[in-house]
Design a protein around this ligand. Structure first.
Ligand code: IPE
Ligand code: IPE
Ligand code: MG
Length: 243
């Protein structure tokens, strides 16, 4: 919604949400174990964030692990968790350098205490930063997020803090994990799949969607520019009429 016009007249989406998919296929193509794809994919997140920031994008939210990804073989789940833990540990140094503000959405209460503390420390450490807003969706599922929001709203109602008439769209948005983020303007999914896989279902009501066959570890500046070019061509009407 808060598009920025850059120096060459390009409209830059304020919030880009990315479903980074295709790590496994990237590895398979190279006869490597799936985890090699996850390692390469994790390394690419930082690169893409830097490119996004340089383009003037203010918010980048990446889907790193869904509530459904626990269904994968335990060795793969463990490898991804280990990678994410390390990534978020290393993030502290990077976010100081880049002035990046980090948030995590999803239910982190199921993670071990040490991991939860790494996340909480990082979020707290970067909370005054004014650069790119980088958000990681970890053990995130839209339906689970809405379920948790429902419980919280019901609790506040039962405690007499809110009445039924207080329940409007803003109150619901304010109970979601994304309460501090604007809705995504542009959603990008890599690897050719065209589905949302339980990603920000409430928040994407008026987002634009860009799908590319590029596998996430290969996603580059050229791909991000193509996504922004696509975004420039769409006429966002939000239910109104063409202006
Ligand atoms: C995305 O890559 C990363 C996660 C979902 C954690 P995938 O692991 O889903 O890669 P493909 O879809 O099997 O190629
Ligand atoms: C979506 O990718 C979730 C993440 C990127 C974390 P998946 O690879 O898990 O999605 P499906 O199974 O193809 O829908
Ligand atoms: Mg996948």
């Amino acid at each position: 919604m808060g598009d920025i016009i850059n120096s060459d007249g390009r409209k830059i989406p304020e919030h880009v949400a990315i479903i980074l998919d295709g790590n496994g296929r990237w590895a398979k193509k190279r006869f490597l174990p799936r985890n090699a794809g996850h390692v390469q994919g994790a390394a690419n997140i930082e690169k893409v964030c830097t490119i996004a920031r340089d383009m003037g994008i203010k918010y980048v939210t990446v889907y790193a692990f869904s509530t459904e990804n626990w269904k994968r073989p335990s060795a793969e789940v463990e490898a991804i968790m280990k990678l994410l833990r390390q990534y978020l540990k290393d993030c502290r140094k990077k976010c100081k350098k880049n002035n990046m503000k980090v948030r995590v959405i999803g239910d982190i209460s199921v993670l071990d205490e040490d991991f939860q503390n790494t996340i909480k420390d990082l979020v707290d450490y970067s909370k005054e930063h004014t650069g790119l807003n980088f958000t990681v969706a970890l053990n995130y599922g839209s339906r689970d997020e809405i379920r948790r929001a429902f419980k919280e709203i019901m609790k506040e109602h039962d405690e007499g803090k809110i009445s039924l008439d207080d329940i409007d769209e803003k109150l619901i948005s304010d109970h979601l994990d994304t309460r501090e983020l604007p809705d995504p303007d542009l959603v990008i999914r890599t690897s050719g799949e065209q589905r949302m896989s339980n990603y920000m279902m409430w928040q994407i009501a008026y987002s634009e969607f860009y799908f590319t066959d590029t596998l996430w570890p290969d996603f580059s500046k050229k791909d991000l520019e193509a996504a922004v070019d696509f975004y420039n061509k769409v006429d966002r009407r939000f239910g109104g009429i063409k202006s």
